[in-house]
Design a protein around this ligand. Structure first.
Ligand code: NAD
Ligand code: UGA
Length: 455
């Protein structure tokens, strides 16, 4: 059996590497139109940083895992084609800022139709609006063709930073297929691949539409939990309650559960915002205005949280940040990834620069992407991998990413090198606030009263 995956990104690369590792008899080729990305997958400097990924790639690369820019050849040779291209939010035309931009997906469908010489199973790996498979089938079977393409939905649930363990030991794998004999045969073929290493009871099967919608819903529910606890964090700051205590207390209720209740500067990443907006657009399309407004609020609360953070910095620093050096610790949208897409750091840095602050961005893995994100932004911005150097002479530190490196820093040394009063704004609540306060820092966090010497 031969598999081709179109799209060698954060999803296509790791998922295919795992399939190739677990199924040595299946030839897996990952193709992409981006030659730099493909070249990087062929080296040990992979195009994305993901703990443990290099070992998985090395286990199969050159044996049954290949990376190529020859998209047509990959399509032609394959029995199963995964499509894992980007599906960003539309920035133009009808539905701009909300709907999913499906041009990359459709280009793939047209290419598959154009160059295929045999029947194939097409797997939607990208996150797509519900009923996209229908449009795909129309494109694939349009005109004069005797070939049959069976479209399955197989959304991916991996999270960045834990992609390898998520793929190796997933909570569940979801496969949606049509309730026809051909649909069920295709579905079974894909289930059989995952069943090589995933317990059968964790492989869920549904119809195509439930599968497509489940992916959007899963992300919406996860993001909703973060917005919910962040909404409570604002109330904690003015009432003397501590959001960590509140999260712990509610999380011990089995019905609520303890995960995904970390109050923060806000959720980032390429998917939560885009997928919720996609859901909002779908609801609006079907005239469901109240459900649309309900989900939109999850995104709006997230934006409020980011803006609220900068306002709190400004207020604490005597209502002016102009010409003050601010060390931003972390630009990745979460720890253990180099990905900066939709990172809360972007908005925070832009607002600090808008206040004419002097911003020094530090991050252990994401500085290349950070430079690209801020390239078009005017203002005094530096990039410094060493957090000690970044903090030297700074008026304030803003912790944006929960990198474990930041918990292990010598904050006394940092305090000594900073301008006084030295402010620290912990957007992730990862530091020991009492110890920092005792060192002399003015400590501001999320969902807790500030600890300040300035009364
Ligand atoms: P990405 O931008 O990292 O990768 C997409 C790749 O597709 C790019 O390398 C691009 O060059 C390539 N591509 C685009 N059009 C192409 C074409 N016509 N032919 C060949 N290659 C083409 O995106 P990603 O983060 O891997 O996300 C892919 C999809 O998976 C999205 O729909 C996303 O919502 C979903 N998803 C992402 C994650 C995640 O953690 N990033 C998790 C689950 C699901
Ligand atoms: C998320 C989902 O967790 C995956 O299941 C899904 O496959 C993926 O989106 C996707 O579709 O792209 P990811 O965005 O990689 O994965 O990372 P998460 O761990 O979900 O974190 C998202 C954001 O929420 C990060 O900025 C993180 O710091 C923040 N977060 C997370 C919080 O602020 N608080 C929490 O309690 C948890």
């Amino acid at each position: 059996m031969k598999i081709c995956c179109i799209g060698a990104g954060y999803v296509g690369g790791p998922t295919m590497a795992m399939i190739a590792k677990k199924c040595p008899d299946i030839e897996v080729t990952v193709v992409d139109i981006n030659p730099e990305r493909i070249a990087a997958w062929q080296t040990d400097e992979l195009p994305i940083y993901e703990p443990g990924l290099l070992e998985v790639v090395q286990a199969a690369r050159g044996r049954n895992l290949f990376f190529s820019t020859d998209v047509d050849q990959g399509i032609r040779d394959a029995d199963i084609i995964f499509v894992s291209v980007n599906t960003p939010t539309k920035t133009f035309g009808h539905g701009a800022g909300c709907a999913s931009d499906l041009q990359y997906w459709e280009l793939c469908a047209r290419r598959i139709k154009e160059v295929s010489t045999s029947d194939k199973i097409i797997v939607e790996k990208s996150t797509l609006p519900v009923r996209t498979a229908e449009a795909m089938e129309r494109v694939l079977h349009s005109g004069d063709t005797s070939l049959r393409f069976e479209v399955l939905s197989n959304p991916e649930f991996l999270a960045e930073g834990t992609a390898v363990s998520d793929l190796e030991n997933p909570d569940r794998v979801l496969v949606g297929g049509h309730e026809t004999p051909a649909g069920q045969k295709a579905l079974q073929a894909l289930v059989d691949i995952y069943a090589r290493w995933v317990p059968r009871e964790r492989i869920l099967t549904t119809n195509v539409w439930s599968s497509e919608l489940s992916k959007l819903t899963a992300n919406a529910f996860l993001a909703q939990r973060i917005s919910s606890i962040n909404a409570i964090s604002a109330l904690c700051e003015v009432t003397g309650a501590d959001v960590s205590d509140v999260a712990h207390v509610i999380g011990t209720d089995e019905r609520i559960g303890s995960k995904f209740l970390r109050a923060s500067i806000g959720f980032g990443g390429s998917c939560f915002k885009k997928d919720i907006l996609n859901l909002v657009y779908l609801c609006e399309t079907y005239g469901l205005h109240e459900p649309a407004a309900y989900w939109r609020q999850v995104v709006e609360l997230n934006e409020y949280q980011e803006t609220r953070f900068v306002k709190s910095m400004l207020r604490a620093m005597f209502n002016t940040i102009a010409n003050k050096r601010v060390a931003v610790f972390g630009f990745a949208f979460k720890a253990d990834t180099s990905d900066t897409r939709e990172s809360p750091s972007i908005r925070v840095c832009k607002e600090l620069l808008n206040e004419r602050g002097r911003v020094v961005v530090s991050d252990p893995k994401a500085l290349v992407n950070a430079r690209a994100e801020l390239a078009a932004v005017e203002g005094d911005v530096e990039f410094e991998a060493d957090p000690y150097k970044a903090a030297e002479g700074a008026h304030a530190i803003a912790v944006m990413t929960e990198w474990k490196e930041y918990k292990e820093l010598d904050f006394q040394r940092i305090y000594d090198s900073m301008v006084k009063p030295a402010f620290i704004f912990d957007g992730r609540n990862i530091l020991d606030h009492t110890a920092l306060f005792e060192m002399g820092f003015e400590v501001y966090s999320i969902g807790r009263e500030a600890k300040t010497h300035l009364k």
